[in-house]
Design a protein around this ligand. Structure first.
Ligand SMILES: *Cc1c(COP(=O)(O)O)cnc(C)c1O
Length: 339
């Protein structure tokens, strides 16, 4: 069993269910595809950041912090889950928002995650696209200190070695569920961005010497190789945080799959629209336009290219993002259902 350097602050509803995507598996005619419902982690409409925030909020409280500060784009799931976690833990929350996705609708600027941020009581600093976010986070933290508060800064995506412990813990959960379901998973596929989810999964698999391989589908504008380096660096420190040496684990190559982001981060692709529409109608699963929709488009394409094939079992981790469908509603509302 993994030893954690800090006890998680309880925020997530776990274990999240693992379900078989019967109809999708049959339609694609390749591997058996299962889904882990981390969109059901509960807090603030759920998602992968809740698992990371359990460890980050615990650290913030242990340091006497009274304010969480973090950053993300206007429709950041991470900002929304941080705002909800702050509310639950009795902390203030300041969000540094980078207005970076172009060509979006009015809903993108008012609805979805942003609406929920407001309901969770967060305050905002909005910066133009391309602004230096790390410096802005420092500035806001300094100002908060001068006002007599104790800030705790969470990096974009909650992706640092402490946050990644949430997914180290999730690996133990997946191993337990795999035994209970009597299903062996060959591959785990999920959307990867700031890298903390993949880092935690990688560290968890290496610590447990589990058999499944992890594939992160790149949904960012940066090359997968750079994400893989970040994943490796975070994973290594997470391993050390559990008290194990790097020499004591069998480290594996980090797989980040390129080719599915399309024109840019947050910009719709035909494959994403097809995947979101398909999973909704076929399985009653809501994917999001920015992360899980593109990751599922990648999985569907990789199955068609026989990268994953019949006889294998793939576990897709649904990392959440539900609220952003409301920000991208025009993609699905071209044809009114009334007349
Ligand atoms: C943040 C996020 C991801 C990416 O996770 P990282 O740990 O940042 O790589 C994937 N899916 C959704 C829905 C997210 O909000």
């Amino acid at each position: 069993m993994t030893v954690f350097p800090i006890s998680p602050y309880p925020l997530a509803q776990t274990p999240t269910p693992i379900q078989k995507l019967e109809r999708l598996s049959r339609q694609l005619g390749g591997p058996d595809i299962w889904i882990k419902r981390d969109d059901y982690t509960g807090l603030g409409l759920g998602g992968n950041k809740v698992r990371k925030l359990e460890f980050l909020v615990a650290e913030a409280l242990s340091r006497g912090a009274d304010t969480l500060i973090t950053a993300g784009p206007l429709q950041s799931n991470h900002c929304r889950q941080t705002a909800a976690a702050a509310a639950v833990a009795g902390l203030a929350c300041i969000l540094v928002i980078e207005d970076r996705v172009e060509g979006t609708s009015e809903l993108y600027r008012t609805n979805g995650n942003l609406l929920l941020d407001r309901l969770f009581g967060a305050r905002f600093h909005v910066l133009p696209g391309g602004a230096d976010i790390a410096t802005a986070l420092d500035d806001v933290a300094q100002r908060t200190k001068h006002e007599g508060h104790v800030p705790y800064v969470i990096p974009v995506g909650a992706s640092n070695p402490v946050g990644a412990l949430g997914y180290v813990k999730a690996v133990d959960e997946i191993i337990r569920q795999s035994r209970e379901l009597d299903v062996h998973f060959d591959h785990i596929v999920h959307a990867t961005g700031s890298g903390g989810t993949q880092a935690g999964l990688t560290a968890g698999v290496e610590l447990a010497d589990a058999a499944f391989s992890i594939h992160g589908v790149n949904i960012l504008d940066e090359p997968g190789g750079r994400i893989a380096e970040r994943v490796r660096a975070i994973a290594d420190t997470s391993i050390e945080l559990t008290g194990r040496s790097l020499a004591s684990v069998r480290r594996r190559e980090v797989s980040v799959v390129d080719g599915y982001v399309g024109e840019a981060f947050g910009k719709p692709t035909a494959g994403m629209i097809e995947a979101v529409t398909r999973l909704g109608a076929l399985e009653g699963v809501i994917l999001d336009p920015v992360h899980t929709g593109k990751a599922m488009a990648g999985l569907i394409d990789l199955v068609s290219k026989k990268r994953f094939h019949a006889g294998e079992t793939v576990l897709f981790i649904h990392t959440g993002g539900l609220p952003s469908v409301f920000a991208y509603a025009p993609l699905w509302s071209a044809e009114p259902i009334y007349s």
